[in-house]
Design a protein around this ligand. Structure first.
Ligand code: CA
Length: 227
């Protein structure tokens, strides 16, 4: 899952980026309000962690623009200001939760998980299954034919994307934007290498082969046509 962190303080931003990456999320970090506003409006994220006090476009304006554009991405506000008025204003503008700095990372992580659960249909937290390949989103486990498969966090994110959008040919650019962060250079063959590794773990020694290359277009996970 992909999160956007908008935070101008380098130390807090880096702390969030690192902690959330270690927790298995793909993290885009915008270091100012302008960049944050742009990313929030143009890139799909599962959740946005938004600092209120930003030097150019503040958090209030970003969440207002987001909601006016009809985007329902959950927003968690972060602020050093703790007045009730601020809290109410944030929630009225369409933020989903509000955390006062300084905060414990474990509390932030708990709030993130709650918002993600609330933001999705319960069905989408059900394990994903294609043939005998099963991905348990909640426990972050993958198995094929009942045998557990160990994946890196990137491989897990890649497989989750392919399984959620099974049958759909995903271009490398889309895979790059959903599984890697915004600084990722999609000209590299990192995606092909990651797919090859994932295939070796998921498809080698199993039938049918589920991950397929569509030449010149990208990758798709589906059951091959019968016959
Ligand atoms: Ca700030």
């Amino acid at each position: 899952m992909k999160l956007l962190v908008v935070e101008d303080e380098a130390k807090t931003g880096e702390y969030l980026r690192q902690g959330l990456s270690e927790a298995g999320f793909v993290v885009d970090w915008a270091r100012d309000g302008l960049d944050g506003h742009h990313l929030a409006m143009t890139v799909e994220h599962d959740l946005i962690i938004l600092d209120v006090m930003l030097p150019d476009v503040d958090g209030w304006r970003i969440v207002r623009a987001l909601r006016e554009a009809g985007k329902t991405t959950p927003v968690l506000f972060l602020s050093a200001r703790a007045t009730v008025e601020d809290r109410v204003k944030g929630l009225e503008l369409g933020a989903d939760d509000y955390l006062v700095k300084p905060f414990a990372f474990t509390e932030l992580l708990a709030r993130v998980h709650t918002l993600l659960r609330r933001g999705r249909a319960t069905a989408s937290l059900e394990p994903l299954q294609v043939a005998d390949l099963v991905l348990d989103v909640v426990r972050r486990r993958v198995s094929r034919g009942g045998q557990r498969i160990a994946l890196t966090s990137k491989e897990f994110a890649l497989l989750e994307l392919l399984m959620r959008r099974r049958g759909e040919v995903l271009p490398r650019s889309l895979i790059a934007s959903q599984v890697w962060d915004m600084n990722f250079d999609s000209d590299t063959n990192v995606i092909d290498v990651a797919i090859r590794r994932l295939r070796a773990k998921v498809d080698d020694g199993h039938a049918p082969k589920l991950i397929q290359t569509v030449r010149g277009m990208g990758y798709v996970l589906e059951l091959p046509d019968a016959g």
